[in-house]
Design a protein around this ligand. Sequence first.
Ligand code: 5GP
Ligand code: ZN
Length: 119
Amino acid sequence: MTAMHVDSHCIFCKIVAGHIPSRKAYEDDEFLVFHDIAPWAPVHLLVIPKTHIASLAETDPAEHAAMLGRMLALAPRLAKENGADNGFRTVINTGSDGGQEVYHLHMHVIGGPRPWAKG
Ligand code: 5GP
Ligand code: ZN
């Protein structure tokens, strides 16, 4: 694994470090998955690399393509394990026009029976 980056002001780095609590759904060496604090739907998970990368716009294909592939590849398993049996949505908001609020790369995995609160 490449060097781990931490941003001391980043809320998701604080979650990775355990300084802010979260409801964890999955963890391995590379990723942490936890439940969104303001869920849109019965299942709303955030998948984050443990290393600090501000956004998808900051990724470099040569360095990050494999990690991004592994991140996306986690989604079906997470959806299934958390009860999103009938489909799910994967979303990565990027930058201000993309509606990104937290500048630590994350993928939303949203699903579960409708109606949803949003989306
Ligand atoms: P973005 O708009 O950046 O794609 O999404 C950020 C998401 O992070 C939002 O859905 C928001 O509810 C969630 N979020 C923000 N702060 C926290 C937190 O401290 N804990 C958890 N579990 N989710 C958070
Ligand atoms: Zn961070």
